[in-house]
Design a protein around this ligand. Structure first.
Ligand SMILES: Nc1nc2c(ncn2[C@@H]2O[C@H](COP(=O)(O)OP(=O)(O)OP(=O)(O)O)[C@@H](O)[C@H]2O)c(=O)[nH]1
Ligand SMILES: [Mg+2]
Length: 152
C-alpha cells in the first residue's frame, strides 16, 4: 500500500508488561523470524504498530509517556500473557486513553483453558472491548487480529 491508502491504515499501540509478548506479536504479524530482544524504547513497526517497553506500564512515572505516545495511535491494544498469574493493568485502565481499546491474550500455546480465561478476565477488568486469544508460535488468532484491526 502507498500514499493515501497507507495513511488510512489503523495504527495500534501495544501496551503490556515486560515479556508479555508485544514484540513477538509484531514479528508474527510481519511474518518475521521470532527473535527475542528486549524493547528499550518506543518503536514504530511497519508504520502502523507502536511497540512499547514493558517499563512504560510497570513504572508509574512513565504513565505520562504512555499517554503522550498513545496519541499517535487509533487503537489501544492491551497485551496480557496467559501464563502470568496477576496483571499490571489497573481496573478501567482504558479510561486513561479515550480511545478504542482491545485486549490480546498471548502465549495461548503454553496456557491451559483456565489460564486463558483468567487473562481474558484481567483484560475485561482493564476495560478492553474485543478480546483476541493468540499464540505467536502457532499463529493462533493472529490472522483474525490483523483482519479485525485492519493492520495490513
Ligand atoms: N511460547 C510462546 N512464547 C512467546 C509468545 N509470545 C512471546 N513469547 C516469548 O516471550 C518472551 C518475551 O517476548 P517479547 O515479545 O520480547 O515480550 P515484550 O512484551 O516485547 O517484552 P518487553 O520488550 O520487555 O516489554 C520471548 O522469549 C518470546 O519468545 C507466544 O505466543 N508463545
Ligand atoms: Mg518488546
Amino acid at each position: 500500500m502507498e500514499g493515501a491508502a497507507q495513511e488510512r491504515k489503523k495504527r495500534i499501540i501495544l501496551i503490556g508488561k515486560s515479556t508479555a509478548g508485544k514484540t513477538t506479536l509484531c514479528q508474527c504479524i510481519n511474518h518475521e523470524e521470532l527473535k527475542y530482544h528486549k524493547t528499550q524504547t518506543v518503536q514504530v513497526i511497519n508504520k502502523n504498530m507502536i511497540d512499547t517497553p514493558g517499563e512504560y506500564l510497570e513504572r508509574t512515572g512513565y504513565r505520562g509517556a504512555l499517554i503522550v505516545t498513545s496519541t499517535e495511535a487509533d487503537i489501544i491494544v492491551l497485551v496480557q500473557d496467559a501464563t502470568e498469574a496477576g496483571t499490571m493493568f489497573p481496573p478501567m485502565f482504558n479510561s486513561m486513553f479515550a480511545k478504542p481499546c482491545v485486549g490480546v491474550v498471548t502465549k495461548a500455546d503454553l496456557a491451559s483453558k483456565e489460564q486463558v480465561e483468567r487473562a481474558k478476565k484481567y483484560l475485561k477488568m482493564a476495560g478492553a472491548g474485543s478480546l483476541y486469544v493468540t499464540s505467536a508460535v502457532t499463529g493462533e488468532g493472529v490472522d483474525e487480529l490483523v483482519e479485525k484491526l485492519h493492520l495490513m
